[in-house]
Design a protein around this ligand. Sequence first.
Ligand code: SF4
Ligand code: SF4
Length: 475
Amino acid sequence: MSNVENDTTPLQNESFRDRIATVDEKGKRKWVYAQKPKGRFYNIRTWVSWGFFALFFALPFIKVNDRPLFLFDITETKFIIFGKIFWAQDFFIFGLTMVTFIIFIVLFTAAFGRLFCGWVCPQTIFMEMLFRKVEYLIEGDAAQQKLLNNSPWTATKIRKKIIKHILFYLLAFIIANFFLAYIIGIDDLKKIISEPLGNHIGGFLSILGFAGIFYGVYAFFREQVCTVVCPYGRLQSVLLDKNSMVVAYDYQRGEPRGKFKKTMQPAQIAGDCIDCFQCVKVCPTGIDIRNGTQMECVGCTACIDACDRMMEAVKKPLGLIRYASENGITEGKKLRYTGRMKFYTLILILLTGVLTVLLVTRKDVGGTIVRAKGQLFQERGTDSLSNLYTIKVINKTIKDIPLTLRLENAPGRIIEADGKDILVQKEGQGKGSFFIVLPKNFVNKRKTSVRVGLYQGDKKITSIKTNFMGPFNRL
Ligand code: SF4
Ligand code: SF4
């Protein structure tokens, strides 16, 4: 017995290893009718999901210094994180952030399994806490949904299906709008919504495109995202070990499983699992957790709640399915904060510390200076040499900055090629050309290191190192 459509798989055999639970032997999709969960964990997850929704829908409206708190503008490679702007030039910070994130995922998963998937992954939260709830509201619980789907197309069925799919599309449309707000910013989104369609045809098509994808995912594709598409689930087999905390069935306590009858004597009851299949019926990915940790398990805890209810009903201790490690189950020990977890936590703290220092000390104005291609040095009168440079400056602040350049560690001067200061517009980039002129008697080697200070008025913004090329064999 299972919650997947037409499932005749005999349990307690090894056939679950042959294919994922939602695919039959011919490779055809089996629809999951997940029974509505209820219980302690589901209540907590509902609260967590409210927190998630509040954040997801509120964050695009929050601004710091007139900038969004978060923006992921992939079209301009401009990212704003906690109000700080990052450009492609901040790639090293991004690189380190990605490395930290990947290590975090690896370490976190090794210690805590798929806690992320079950509790905070947007796919799970939107599916289980929004779309699935709408479905329960319109079509009823799993058994009624199955009945409705297998019934002929009556007026009631058509009405329910139309209402459900309209609501699904509306929700997907709203999510798509907010999703786009994270990419282009809420102000640009408001323009797409309020100004004539012809002015924003690209933006409007993007919203429709995202809405179509979200609708397709939540109305039809569903758990396949987690079991077939998401690479994270597939990494479980290499990330987890016997100390990892996962949603697990305590087979030591549960086996041998057997049907429960009120008339049974205690000696007749073998294991604690009463083979009621409640844990299977609530599973949104259609698996039987009693077969052990499986790639499809998203750690949603629905089976924990279902099993706890049954344990309560038959007056047995709760937690036959619980958060536990394989070692915890075999040795009967509670989950421990092991040395490995401590070590992982330490590495994460160190990496996060380095990243924080980099972020805090990151300069609001940065740039590069390169010598003009194909030119070595020029004679300037009888006593000086010059090199031509181009400078590119990026302004990450919300104010325009007029920059002047000063030579910092050499007795020469700087001459702007066009005689003007460099104006770098807010959140923009500026560039210019200039000469560094040095006295010949200072240039006593082929390559002399010089530092150019970037000043706004008398205030130094930053300085950039470059090389001054002189003639060979000057010594
Ligand atoms: S096995 Fe349990 S925790 Fe895993 S996906 Fe199914 S119901 Fe959720
Ligand atoms: S809900 Fe608990 S008792 Fe029922 S089949 Fe699952 S593990 Fe066994």
